[in-house]
Design a protein around this ligand. Sequence first.
Ligand code: SF4
Length: 393
Amino acid sequence: MKSLNNVIEECKTLAFDLKFTRAREWKAEDENRVIIGYMPIYIPREIIHAANGLAVGILGVGDRKQVIKGDAFYQSYICRIPRGIIELALDNHFKDFDGFIFPSICDVIRNLSGMFQLLKVGTFINYLDFPQNFQSEIGGSFYQNEMYYILNEIKKINGVEVSTDQLNNSIKLYNKNRKLIEKIYNTRQNFPWRLSAEEFYYIIRAGMVMPVEEHNNILEEVVEYISMENGEPMDKIKVMVIGSFCEQPPVGLIKTIEMAGCYIVEDDFTLGSRWIQGDIEDDTDNPLNALSDAFLKRSTFSSSIYDIENPKEKRLLELAKNRNVDGIIFAAPSFCDPALLDLPVYQKTCDEKNIRYISFQYSENTGQFKNIKEQVGAFSDSIKLWSEELVGG
Ligand code: SF4
């Protein structure tokens, strides 16, 4: 068994590998395998897995690649993630990818899918529209058609006709993946010093670029490690970080928050890995129905979904309460319309419920954290010194 440090180092390398080495190695082992890239936040990875594919999350370039050509594709007043992704495409980082899925989260991602079409990257480009109607017979059947479309595109490439058993098996594997991730979140809620938010981030993010079977093995090891005591608790407040679901915060930002007196015990980084809450039915005659049903009824809340029956500000409060956090940090990418449009609604709710919060913006390649460190440090100190009540008290 490897040490936890080795596991974390391995995950760190994989998570930030802009050559997608592990995915390409995996594909090279079998000529019928396909790599399907996807943009944040969520896609039903189970169907790709069942079709002999590997769904690879493309989360931007951070500060690991200079973006020059990508800037020429976009106006200056939008977020940074699409520019880096275009740069990757133009520099041929996706040469072994077969297709791409762009979930419908905002206009920027929609435009990015159009650019991939114009640049002719991959064999198929799918702009995946999610249902905004939550009735099974309307939104559900629409979503199932979208999934059929993707399966059909993959079949055109590798000839794989997906069976019910294969789909059920893939759902099982991802159920296990989500369960293990949740277990780590639950352990960290009470013992956050056993695994830092930075280390956890590497572990989760690596799962978006490697086969789920391998990631499950890693998660099992991590669960075992953190079930035992290690490290020392420090005098820090517990926070959740919200708004970072698409363009990822730089790792330096995650580190800064924890170094400035906070334990991050909940967040929406790499939210797609834990999008569905709880298990999806995995022994059914109609797995696509099970997947769409889970999407409609058990999706987490997000700025990319408008569910009037289940307001996201109410769900934010529930989550804060369940995680027993002392405060919320709203950290969104600059120019991210979905996150920034939700912010006033969230903040109003926090004000009404006397929940402490701060907010700031970042870019995936932000390199200076001095101001953020001061802001977070003051937030943490003020809660430690003057707060007698927990969230919602
Ligand atoms: S960071 Fe926000 S605006 Fe940019 S692509 Fe993602 S969701 Fe869209």
